[in-house]
Design a protein around this ligand. Sequence first.
Ligand code: SF4
Ligand code: SF4
Length: 134
Amino acid sequence: MRKLLDFLSSIYNEILSYFVPERVSYEITGECKKCGKCCNYMYSVDTYTEKEFKIMQFLFPAYRRFYIKGKDDEGNFIFACKLVTKDGLCPVYDKRPRMCRNYPAKRIFYPGKLHEGCGYKVNIKTFEDYMKQE
Ligand code: SF4
Ligand code: SF4
C-alpha cells in the first residue's frame, strides 16, 4: 500500500511539474529614483504579436495606455506608457495599474533585470540562503 501511495505521489508531482510554472523569488531593496525608465521601456512575457496586444487591450482596458515602441535585437516587443511625463513621472500615480504598483515584482516567472541606474536592487537568494532559513 505504501509503495502504491509513493508511486501515485510521484506521478502527481511529475504532472504538477508540467503545469505549475517555476517562479523566482527575489528580495528587493532600495527605492525609486523617479527616472521613468520602467514606464518608457518595458517587456511583456505573454504578448508576441500586435494582434495579441490588441486582445490584451480589449480584455484589460488599463493596457490601452501602453503602446508598442519598437523591438529589441531579438525581435521582442518593447512597450511604453503614453502617460509618463517628459520628466519620467506618473500623472496618475494614485490610480496607476497594479502592475505599476508591484514593480519591481518580488516573485516572477522569469529572471528579471532592472534598468541601468534604477534605484532598486535585486538580491537573488542562493540555495544556501534558503537552507539557512529552514
Ligand atoms: S527604473 Fe527604477 S528608479 Fe527609474 S522610475 Fe523605474 S523603478 Fe524608479
Ligand atoms: S501608469 Fe504611470 S506608473 Fe504606470 S507605466 Fe504609466 S506612467 Fe508609469
